[in-house]
Design a protein around this ligand. Structure first.
Ligand code: NDP
Length: 339
């Protein structure tokens, strides 16, 4: 057996950002890699995820996930290869998904890792299309908004990991019209030409409400919100009577230092009898097997497409996270850490 690593690099949060995070808020540090104890595995992380929700964890506030601690390793989704195992059910060479990203090597209880098969899908897919963002899209659309055939669906953040799947799943399930918004003309082109959206617009080139009205002259029945603020206000304007909205994310506000004035039209919820419902992906774990089976089938048949933006090297992980907030990703933002 080749020698096991005794040290590895890991990212620490070293300052709590106020507003937009900067590279100075993060530090890449060398740390000891302990030997795995009883029931534990040692994993060489090959890919790690950077996700918008991590911005919330940089604030010292109580939320549905605890905040990152200063001068401690950050964590998040990762996949990797088992280098040593004292845990039943895991052997050297197995590939696993777990929650100790932002580092080269992870030591954790086998109970907190799940096996993944690199023959079935590339490892990075377990962090994106077949992972947490994929389940968010699937559960959010099908379970939370109670999507039904014939619905007209609008999704914001539509070229991102969650949004690109929401739009495609809606089409596959019989939406009458799918509209997406994204932050560049290239992303809009991708939505129209690759993902089969019926209409799409660049929210940076004009007011969202006007562009949405033009794209959905007969209104929308479902809004999948990844953005909040002006997007949510525009969607409330365009939602038809008994429309439903899944409130999945509000990325337009994650770096804001003042509360957003929008949506200013919440009173319309009454007259239109709208249902706005929050979503937490962790509530929908029971849907996982059905989600993987159906989405993997669509990928195999070529009916569902996905792209990833892959940043190379652990040195660039903090920059990848900042890039995600700036919209530099198309599809899932992944950091490849090597073999
Ligand atoms: P994405 O892959 O969509 O990446 C984030 C994207 O947000 C960027 O690429 C950028 O695209 C867009 N964005 C950034 N700032 C703004 C802004 N001010 N206005 C509009 N768009 C902006 O990330 P995910 O797919 O992983 O996540 C999408 C949303 O879903 C996030 O809000 C996230 O917090 C939420 N989420 C919620 C979960 C839950 O359980 N509730 C689980 C997973 C995700 P562009 O170029 O188009 O601006």
């Amino acid at each position: 057996m080749s020698e096991l690593p005794t040290t590895g690099r890991e990212w620490h949060l070293v300052a709590r950002p106020h507003g937009w995070p900067t590279p100075e808020d993060f530090a890449l540090r060398e740390a000891a890699v302990p030997e795995p104890g009883p029931g534990q595995i040692l994993v060489r992380n090959t890919h790690m995820s950077v996700d918008p929700y991590m911005r919330g964890r940089m604030n010292d506030v109580k939320s549905y996930v605890p905040p990152f601690q200063l001068d401690q390793p950050m964590d998040g989704g990762a996949v990797g290869r088992v280098l040593a195992s004292n845990a039943e059910g895991f052997t050297v060479g197995d590939h696993v998904l777990h929650g100790l990203g932002w580092r080269e090597y992870a030591v954790l209880d086998g109970k907190r890792a799940v096996q993944v098969d690199p023959e079935l899908a590339p490892l990075s897919a377990y962090l994106g299309v077949l992972g947490m963002p994929g389940l968010t899209a699937y559960a959010g659309l099908l379970e939370v908004t109670s999507f039904k055939e014939g619905d007209a669906v609008f999704v914001s953040g539509a070229a991102g990991a969650v949004g690109s799947l929401v739009g495609q799943i809606a089409k596959l399930k019989g939406a009458s019209r799918v509209i997406g918004s994204a932050g560049s003309d290239e992303k809009v082109k991708l939505l129209l030409e690759e993902y089969g959206f019926d209409a799409a617009f660049n929210y940076k080139t004009g007011p969202v409400a006007e562009q949405l009205k033009e794209a959905a002259p007969d209104g929308i029945d479902v809004y999948f919100d990844n953005v909040g603020g002006e997007h949510l206000e525009a969607a409330i304007n365009s939602l038809n009577v008994h429309g439903r909205a899944t409130i999945c994310g509000m990325i337009a506000q994650y770096n804001a230092t003042e509360p957003s004035p929008a949506p200013r039209n919440l009173a319309m919820v009454i007259g239109k009898r709208l249902r706005l419902q929050g979503l937490l992906v962790s509530d929908h774990a029971a849907l996982q097997p059905q989600f993987v089976q159906e989405v993997a089938g669509w990928i195999r048949s070529g009916e569902l497409k996905y792209v990833e933006t892959v940043v190379d090297g652990i040195d660039n992980a903090a920059e990848a996270f900042l890039g995600l907030l700036r919209g530099e990703n198309t599809g899932k933002m992944i950091v490849a850490l090597g073999d």
